[in-house]
Design a binder for this molecule. Sequence first.
Ligand code: ZN
Length: 841
Amino acid sequence: MTHRRRRGTWLVAGLLGLTLTVPALVAGTPSTTASATATDDTCDPFGDPALDQSVPTAEDVLDLPLGERDVTVEESDTYLQAVSEASPKVVDGVLGTSVDGQPLRYAVVGQERWVQDNGLDRISRELNRLRDPETRPRVAERIIERNPSVLWVAGNIHGDEESGTDASLQVLYELAARTDCTAETILDDAIVVVLPTQNPDGRTADTRRNSYGFDMNRDWFARTQPETDAKVEMLRRLPPQMFIDAHEMGQDNYFFPPNADPVHHEIGETQLDWIYNDYGEAMQDAFDRFDIPYFNGSAYDLLYMGYGDTVPATAFNAAGMTYEKHNGDPTNVRVREQYTAIWSTLMAAGERDADLLREWRSEHVTAYEQGAEGELEPNQLYYEGDDIENPVPDINVRHYFLRTDDPADAEGVQRLVRRLQRIDVDVYRLEQPLSVPDYTAYGQDPENATLPAGTVWIPMAQGQKHWIQAMLGEDSYVPFPYFYDVTAWSGPLLENVPGGRSGAELDPDAVEMEPQPEPEAPETSDPPQLAVWQISEDSSGTVESAGWLRWWLDNRVELEFTDVSAGQIAEDALDDVDVLVVPSGSDAAASEALGAQGRAALTSWVDDGGTLVTLKDSSRLASRLGLTSATYAEPTSDVPGSLFRVQVDPSSPLAEGVGEDTYAMYEYDFVWSTPSEASAPVRFPEEGDSDWFVSGFAEGEEQLHGQSAVVDETVGDGRVVLFGFAPNFRAFTGGTARLLHNAIVGPAPDTEAQTRAAAPQQETTNAASERLVISVRPGATERVEELLGERGASFDVVPSDDAVSYRVDLDGQSSDEHPWAQDVAQDAATLGEQVVAIRLP
Ligand SMILES: [Zn+2]
């Protein structure tokens, strides 16, 4: 297929003039201001509504018209239930509970025969049969004819991006109340699931993240948070053909798809066609008609498998879409534009009738056939020219395997299998040894191997083939060096489970595995007195690192801890503490917060026998306090979140249950080195070492050869363990989290106390992983400096052999929240071959 390359225009219509021309919300008083009527006999999505007065408006129920101000979670729930009670077309329920115990309330709207009684159960059963490629074509066609498609509208996954909630309530009302051709077009052959808020705790607290500090729009494949996990279970129950995830952002104009490159290669062509050519076009028409400024084809890519667009697109073969509205506009404008985008998309879906289910079914069959032939989908660029710098390699993949030879891997294997099963992947266990002529272990060359009985086998010939490749593939093969997030998440590497692939035609003797439970937490016989010190409440990197740590301590390893502050450390709060873990953060901020008294207290606590464990950027604090022999350098490489194989010294206590290597999530982290190899039990392989392997994008990574990944030293009577990277990244890097667990509960190394570094390191600004990075060839530096100069940006310049890297400060904000970071990144992205890497934090 070809995608139409139609770039969104940056329209200049002033927002003030919009009130007369955009579709008015119909809540309260029916609209008389829709500016245009359809010129033919098709149904105008924004025509005058005819309303069933028995369905209450928000004003009737809450005494508040939608759009006047953001509704609270309670108001949203109250109104949703009131609509559900009044209308036989609507049912409601609770799909899960947030970290703080708030319900995640949803509504399903559709024809009575579908939503009432056992209608939804039947649809669930039948659509899941439709997903199964082995369902016979005649049966599949009958299912298509008698079932609706399922369209999802969800908002507010980032708690401080409110308008998706209010707009989806408006959509719910109109679907329930309208008796005209629009609601009929949509509901004629579809049901709509409305989930107004995906993050009730964040909405209540007015924070982006949930109560544990997780960005839940990065959590979709790992499903660590209860909100994510419950939502994905509901998606399995009512599998979507469309999923709208309505956000807000710092930029002025509305964003809807098409997305920016890169697009993950394994996302099926059917759903890309829907997104690019049906829904994208429908929204363009609506926004053009009402002169609402918008853009598309830039800023938001479709690569990382943790989003509310990529996961519905890859795990469910649905049109997964992110919408973004400027957070600085008044509530009524935000709600109206979200409504306009959602409503025009629903209409476009409604017009497809049964074709949606037919094409959806067909994508599953195509995926199965690709898997049976061992074919991977190719990389394509949709906006940035035709040169694929990094094509998907010419390999055949018919099978994946996970090795179970070593009992130490059992937990990781169980977690991976469970994760696959809970997204409808069939997983088997070999009953007999299997000879595999081209067994290609992760990061190794093919060899002739015999896999023992008990090995886990995942055949690619499944309707879920796209998802299997996205989860188990060795690499994401990112086609374009623009990164909205990390570029590596291969499950076996994250869990450090050995495994591999084969392209051969094999006929294994195997049985399907029973559904796997969540692995139990490890037993800890004599747990240490553990404290956590979060350096800052503001920096997003620190808030997240601390949140991942607390969640992991509470839920994964079940270790009790107390939170301490800098002030408490200064007042000798560490006296009864054995181990202090410091999540990633600024050493300068930490030092300032401690003050002279706190710095002295922390230093003497280590000298007297305390164990200090520092994660990622906070490791610089140990250097600043003279508590380590290790020194660090600014990274000159461009690595926007990739997995590096690192070597583990088997004699180190950190190696317990880990083995000789594991995979570190490295992203523009400081590069650590120690005078003695004995101080660094976890290291990046030397140049030429066959262990050298990177999953994900990397340029200039030679800088890491032979450097330290984890430093573990005796200091006085105490110990410091410095992680140069995030060992518990988003709480889904189980392999390196094992190192962290060993650092906390395991014995100290039996080594001499180290000589400390002679002088503290130079002052540094924010770590590169928290900054916008634009790296270009020398020919493009003038243009980049111009782009940054226009915005008055503050940045450091890091030159390397054949590139110059600009590390731009965003005041601790994510690029999403920042007013111009994405603009600059997009302008730089047009520099084509001059671009080495662009990374948005
Ligand atoms: Zn958002």
